[in-house]
Design a protein around this ligand. Structure first.
Ligand SMILES: *Cc1c(COP(=O)(O)O)cnc(C)c1O
Length: 488
C-alpha cells in the first residue's frame, strides 16, 4: 500500500478538509455583476482539499525524494555542481535587488547597474576579454549569442561564403547544436589518441568557407588541449574566428585566460563556475565576452559608466545583434555570481580551480585501479572512466550508475562524452572534502567488488529507490504533469 507520502496531493485530499480560515462574507455581492458571466467558471474545480499540515508534510516529503547538493556529493561530469554559498542567496534577496522592476528609472537603480557593470568587468578580467553581455540565459544561449557575433562580423565584412563552423568531436554536445541553430554547417574534427584536436585534420578542414571554430576547453574528456595556440593560429590564418566554450572555466580560472590564448569570444556559465544554483530548468546565466573588435555587434543594452560616475543602459552598438533576452538577463543570478566573485577574491577563484583539479585527480588515481581509464594522464577538473575493468560483459555503465543510487549518491554523467565507450564522467568540484571524496570512492570500489561476486545485484539495481528502472526515454518524453483522475 502507498504511504501517505507516496501519494499525489489529490490523493491525500479529503472532502471538506481545508487549510485556510476566512471570515464569513458580510457584504452582499452578486458575482455576475462584478465579473461578466462568460468569464465565470461553470463547473466545480477539482482542487485538493487538505489541511495546512497535510500540505507541509506532503511537500516536505516530496522535496526529500529529490537528491540535491545539500544532501551529498553530486559528481555529475560537465555540470560543475559545486556548493551554492548561502550568502549569495542573502544578497540576491536584499530588498533593493529583489524588489526592483526592469522598467524603473535609471536614477533609481544605480546600485543594480553598478553591480552589473562591475560583474561585466570581473568576468572580462577572468577570461581576458574586453566586453561582456550579461543577457544570455544559459550556456547554450551564450554559445548562440557568441556564434551570432561571429556571423555578424563576417556579414559586416561582406564575407558571406563562410558557412562552416569547425567543432572537434570532444566538444560539448551543445556546440554543434548551437552552430546548426545559427544556420552553419558543422565540420567535425576527430581527436587524436591523447584526446587533443588533430592538427593535421584541422589544417585540412579550414579554408575560405570557415566562419569559425568552437572549442570546449578543457574538453569533455577533462583535458586541456596542449596545442591551443596552434589551433587558434590555424583558424585565424584561414580567416575564421575562435569561440571558447568557457563552461569548464572552473578548471583554469585564475591560471589561464581564453583571451590570452587568442580566442575572440567566450561564454561563461555563472551557474557552474560562479556557484549559482542550477538544475531542474531553473534560471541560469551564460554571459558572453568578446574582444574589442567585436563589441559593436553585442546585444543591447550593456551597462556602461559615464565620466561623472553614473551608470546607464548603453544602446550605442552600431551593428548590434539586437536583444537575445528580454530586459537585461537573469539579474538575480548575476547578484549571486557577483557575490561569489567578491567573497572569493582573486586568490580564492584561483584556489577554487586548483582544488577542483586536485580533487578530480585524487578520485581518478583511486578509481583507475578498479575502472578502465582510457586517457591515463593528469586530468583537469573532471575525468572519464570507461566502465569496470574486466567484467564488462555482465555489467555495464548503466548498472554501475544505478547501483550508485543504492549507495546514497547521485550518479555521475554516463554515456557521455560519446567518444568514450561506456563513459562514466566524474566531476567532484572543489567544494567536496577529502572525506566526502573517500566516501564516494569507497562506494564505487564496493560496486566493483559486487560486480565480481554477484553481478545480478548490479543488473537489477537500484533496489532502494521509489522507482527502480523506468523507461528513461518514455519518462522524459511522455511525462504526465497533470493529475488524471483514475477511472472509477
Ligand atoms: C554545461 C555546458 C554547456 C551548456 O550550458 P547550459 O547552461 O546547460 O546551456 C556548454 N558547454 C559545456 C562544456 C558545458 O559543460
Amino acid at each position: 500500500m502507498l504511504s501517505n507520502y507516496d501519494k499525489l496531493i489529490f490523493e491525500v485530499s479529503e472532502v471538506g478538509r481545508t487549510g485556510y480560515r476566512l471570515p464569513e462574507l458580510d457584504v452582499e455581492c452578486n458575482i455576475e455583476e462584478v465579473i461578466a458571466s462568460e468569464y465565470l467558471t461553470k463547473e466545480e474545480l477539482n482542487f485538493p482539499e487538505v489541511s495546512e499540515f497535510d500540505v507541509v508534510r506532503h511537500y516536505t516529503n516530496l522535496s526529500s525524494k529529490n537528491y540535491s547538493l545539500d544532501q551529498g556529493i553530486y559528481p555529475l561530469g560537465s555540470c560543475t555542481m559545486k556548493y551554492n554559498p548561502r550568502i549569495n542567496e542573502d544578497m540576491a534577496a536584499l530588498n533593493g535587488f529583489r524588489n526592483i522592476h526592469p522598467m524603473e528609472d535609471i536614477e533609481d537603480v544605480q546600485g543594480a547597474l553598478r553591480l552589473m557593470y562591475e560583474l561585466q568587468k570581473s568576468l572580462a578580467e577572468v577570461a581576458g576579454m574586453d566586453h561582456i553581455t550579461l543577457q544570455p540565459a544559459a550556456g547554450a544561449h551564450g554559445e548562440y549569442t557568441g556564434v551570432s557575433l561571429i556571423r555578424a562580423y563576417h556579414e559586416k565584412n561582406g564575407d558571406t561564403k563562410r558557412d562552416k563552423i569547425i567543432v572537434p568531436d570532444s566538444a560539448h554536445g551543445t556546440n554543434p547544436a548551437t552552430a546548426a541553430m545559427a544556420g552553419y554547417k558543422i565540420v567535425e574534427i576527430k581527436s587524436d589518441k591523447e584526446g587533443m584536436v588533430d592538427l593535421d585534420a584541422l589544417q585540412a578542414a579550414v579554408g575560405d568557407d570557415t566562419a569559425g571554430l568552437m572549442l570546449t576547453n578543457p574538453n569533455t574528456v577533462g583535458m586541456s588541449d596542449k596545442n591551443i595556440k596552434d589551433i587558434v593560429r590555424i583558424v585565424h590564418e584561414a580567416g575564421g574566428l575562435c569561440y571558447y566554450d568557457g563552461a569548464n572555466l572552473n578548471a583554469i580560472m585564475g591560471h589561464a585566460r581564453p583571451g590570452d590564448m587568442g580566442f575572440d569570444c567566450v561564454h561563461y556559465n555563472l551557474h557552474k563556475t560562479m556557484s549559482t544554483p542550477h538544475g531542474g530548468g531553473g534560471p541560469g546565466s551564460g554571459p558572453v565576452g568578446c574582444k574589442e573588435f567585436l563589441h559593436e555587434f553585442l546585444p543591447v543594452p550593456v551597462v556602461s559608466k559615464k565620466d561623472d560616475g553614473t551608470y546607464f543602459l548603453d544602446y550605442d552598438k552600431k551593428y548590434t545583434l539586437g536583444k537575445v533576452k528580454d530586459f537585461y538577463g537573469h539579474f538575480a543570478i548575476c547578484v549571486r555570481a557577483y557575490t561569489y566573485i567578491l567573497t572569493m577574491g582573486r586568490d580564492g577563484l584561483k584556489k577554487a580551480s586548483e582544488v577542483a583539479v586536485l580533487n578530480a585527480n585524487y578520485l581518478q588515481a583511486i578509481l583507475k585501479e578498479y575502472y578502465k581509464l582510457p586517457l591515463d594522464r593528469i586530468c583537469k577538473h573532471e575525468f572519464v572512466l570507461a566502465g569496470l575493468k574486466g567484467v564488462m560483459s555482465e555489467v555495464n555503465t548503466l548498472d554501475i550508475a544505478k547501483r550508485i543510487l543504492d549507495k546514497g549518491f547521485h550518479a555521475p554523467t554516463v554515456y557521455f562524452p560519446l567518444i568514450i565507450n561506456e563513459a562514466i564522467m566524474i566531476e567532484p568540484t572543489e567544494t567536496e572534502s577529502k572525506a566526502s571524496l573517500d566516501a564516494f570512492a569507497n562506494a564505487l570500489i564496493e560496486i566493483a567488488k559486487e560486480a565480481e561476486e554477484d553481478p545480478s545485484i548490479l543488473n537489477e539495481a537500484p533496489h532502494n529507490t521509489p522507482v527502480s528502472r523506468p523507461d528513461e526515454t518514455k519518462a522524459a518524453k511522455d511525462t504526465i504533469l497533470v493529475y488524471v483522475e483514475p477511472e472509477k
